[in-house]
Design a protein around this ligand. Structure first.
Ligand SMILES: Cc1cc2nc3c(=O)[nH]c(=O)nc-3n(C[C@H](O)[C@H](O)[C@H](O)COP(=O)(O)OP(=O)(O)OC[C@H]3O[C@@H](n4cnc5c(N)ncnc54)[C@H](O)[C@@H]3O)c2cc1C
Length: 481
C-alpha cells in the first residue's frame, strides 16, 4: 500500500524487459505499482527481438545441421535431403512469443501490478499522463517514475521500407516469406543472426556494411575467424566500405550502392528483399521530457549509474530511466538489471551498475560473445594506469569436446593485467560461446584474478576447458604471484 497521497508508489512507462523487471521487483517488495504499455506486453525482446529471433535460429540451425552432408558423413551419418515448412518455423516463433508474453503478463498481475494500456508521458514531476486507445486521457501521481520505453529500429535516410520487400527486424521475425536473394544492411549482431537464419533456409545473402570491415563492432581477431566461417564459407557476399544510399521497395528491390569514402556510385543491385539492420534508436519522443527539463542526447535519456535521470549532470529526485532508452549496452539483460537496481535505489538500498561486467552474445551457429574491455580499450587503460596488458588465445581445435562434435573452429581471447592477473575482458567465437562467456563475466564481476581462476577444476571433456586453458596460459605471465 502507498504510504502517501500519491496514486502509486511507482509508475513504470514501458513494459519491455527493463520495465517488467522493475515493476515486478517493486511489487514483490510491497510497493503499489502500475505499468503503462502502448503496444505489446514484453516489449521488443519478447515480441520482436530475442525471443522470436532465437526461435528462428533454433529451427534454421537444425536445418543447416541436417543439410550439411559433409559434416554428417564425417560421423558416418547419411541423411535424406532435408525438407522444412517455413510456415511451421514461423509458427514456432509466433507461438513462443504468445506463450512468453502471456506468462509475463500473468506474472505481473499475480504480483499485484496494475497494467495500464495506452501511451504514457510525463506531466511534470511525479505525474504521469496516459492516453488510452479510446482517446481518454488520465493523469496519475506517483512517488517515483521509471521510464523504460526502449528503442525502435533505425532506418537511415534514403532507405524506404514497405514492411514486405524492404523491412526491419520488426517484420523479419515473422518470417512471412523466404526471399531467393536478400540484402542485409548492417553486420552487427542482428544482421548476422538473420544472415544465419536466411542462409540456412536457402536464401542467397548479400551483406552490406558501411564501415571498412564486416563485423566492425567485434574484436578484430574474433571477427576475422567468425566472418570466414559465418559469411565466406556460406557464400555470403559481404560488401564492406559500401553504403546503400538508396533502397526502393518493390519487385525487384533496387539498391544503389556507393563507396563509403568517396561517395561514388558503385553498383545497383536488384534483390528480392532487403533487411535493414542498421542499429536502433531510443523511443523517447512521446515522453514529454520537456515537462521536467530533461534534454536527451540523440534521443537517449541521460542517467547516472544508479539509473537516476540527469538534468545538466544533476539527478532529478524520483525520476529514473532504464533499458535501451538510456543507450547503455542495449540488451535485454542489461535492461532487466537496470530495472531491478533502480528499484533497489528507490527502496533505499544504494546500488550502482557496472556495465563492464555485462556479457553480450550473438546467437549465430556457432556463437560469438564478449565481456569487459575491447583489446583497444584495454591497451589504453594499460598505458594510462602503467600496467602491462596480457593477451592469451585459447583455441577450440585443442578442445576434446569441440573435436568430438567436429566443431573445432573457435577462439577465445582473454585480456588481463600482468601485474596482478585481474581479468579485463574476454572475446569468444565458437560452439556455445554465449554460455562460455558467463564464467568469465562472473569472475570479472567478482574481481577475480587468473591466479585463483587457474586453480578451478573444469569438467572433462567440456567446452569450458577452453576457458580453463586461457586462465592457465594467463597465470604463467602474471608478474607478482
Ligand atoms: C532482432 C532482435 C534480437 C535481439 N536479441 C537479443 C538477445 O538475444 N539478447 C538480448 O539481450 N537482447 C536482444 N535484443 C535487444 C533487446 O530486445 C532489447 O535490448 C530489450 O528489449 C530492451 O528492453 P527495454 O525494456 O529497454 O525496451 P523494449 O523491450 O523496447 O520495451 C519498451 C516498451 O515500451 C513501450 N513504450 C514505448 N513508448 C511508450 C510510451 N510512451 N508509453 C507506453 N509504452 C511505451 C514499447 O511499446 C515497448 O513495449 C534483440 C533485439 C532485436 C531487435
Amino acid at each position: 500500500m502507498t504510504e502517501t497521497s500519491f496514486d502509486f508508489d511507482l509508475i513504470v512507462i514501458g513494459a519491455g524487459y527493463g520495465g517488467f523487471d522493475a515493476a515486478k521487483h517493486a511489487a514483490d517488495h510491497g510497493l503499489k505499482v502500475a505499468i503503462v504499455e502502448s503496444r505489446d506486453m514484453g516489449g521488443t525482446c519478447v515480441n520482436r527481438g530475442c525471443v522470436p529471433s532465437k526461435a528462428l535460429l533454433a529451427a534454421s540451425g537444425r536445418v543447416r545441421e541436417l543439410a550439411d552432408a559433409e559434416h554428417l558423413s564425417a560421423f558416418g551419418i547419411h541423411a535424406a535431403p532435408v525438407r522444412f515448412e517455413r510456415k511451421k518455423i514461423a509458427d514456432h516463433a509466433n507461438n513462443l512469443v504468445a506463450t512468453i508474453r502471456s506468462n509475463l503478463t500473468k506474472t505481473l498481475e499475480r504480483a499485484g501490478v496494475e497494467i495500464l494500456y495506452g501511451i504514457g508521458r510525463l506531466e511534470g514531476f511525479q505525474k504521469v499522463g496516459l492516453r488510452e486507445k479510446n482517446g481518454v486521457d488520465r493523469i496519475f501521481t506517483s512517488r517515483d517514475v521509471i521510464l523504460a520505453t526502449g528503442s525502435d529500429p533505425f532506418v537511415p535516410p534514403g532507405i524506404e521500407t514497405d514492411g514486405r520487400t524492404v523491412f526491419t527486424s520488426d517484420e523479419a521475425v515473422n518470417l512471412e516469406w523466404l526471399p531467393r536473394w536478400i540484402g542485409i544492411i548492417g553486420s552487427g549482431y542482428i544482421g548476422l543472426e538473420f544472415a544465419d537464419v536466411y542462409s540456412a533456409l536457402g536464401s542467397e545473402v548479400t551483406m552490406i556494411e558501411a564501415l571498412d570491415r564486416v563485423m566492425p563492432t567485434f574484436d578484430p581477431d574474433i571477427a576475422k575467424m567468425a566472418s570466414r566461417n559465418l559469411l565466406d564459407r556460406r557464400d555470403i557476399d559481404a560488401r564492406a566500405g559500401c553504403i546503400a544510399r538508396k533502397v526502393s521497395p518493390g519487385c525487384p528491390v533496387k539498391v544503389e550502392l556507393a563507396d563509403m569514402e568517396t561517395k561514388e556510385f558503385v553498383e545497383e543491385l536488384e534483390l528480392d528483399a532487403v533487411l535493414v539492420a542498421t542499429g536502433r534508436i531510443p523511443s523517447s519522443n512521446a515522453l514529454n521530457l520537456e515537462s521536467v527539463s530533461v534534454k536527451t542526447v540523440k534521443g537517449f535519456i541521460p542517467i547516472d549509474d544508479s539509473m537516476r535521470v540527469l538534468v545538466n549532470g544533476d539527478p532529478i529526485p524520483h525520476l529514473w530511466a532504464v533499458g535501451d532508452v538510456t543507450g547503455k549496452l542495449m540488451l535485454a539483460h542489461t535492461a532487466a538489471a537496470q530495472g531491478a537496481f533502480a528499484v533497489e535505489n528507490i527502496l533505499g538500498n544504494k546500488k550502482v551498475i557496472n556495465y563492464q561486467n555485462i556479457p553480450a552474445a550473438t546467437f549465430t551457429h556457432p556463437e560469438i560473445s564478449s565481456v569487459g574491455l575491447s583489446e583497444l580499450d584495454a591497451k589504453s587503460l594499460s598505458s594510462e594506469k602503467g600496467f602491462k596488458l596480457g593477451i592469451v588465445r585459447s583455441y577450440f581445435k585443442a578442445n576434446s569436446k569441440a573435436l568430438a562434435e567436429l566443431e573445432s573452429d573457435g577462439l577465445m581471447k582473454l585480456l588481463f593485467r600482468k601485474d596482478n592477473g585481474l581479468i579485463l575482458g574476454a572475446h569468444i567465437y565458437g560452439l556455445h560461446a554465449a554460455d562460455l562467456i558467463q564464467e568469465v563475466a562472473n569472475a570479472l564481476s567478482r574481481g577475480q584474478s587468473v591466479i585463483e581462476l587457474a586453480e578451478e577444476v573444469h569438467t572433462h571433456p567440456t567446452l569450458s576447458e577452453v576457458v580453463e586453458v586461457a586462465y592457465k596460459q594467463a597465470v604463467k605471465q602474471v608478474e607478482n604471484q
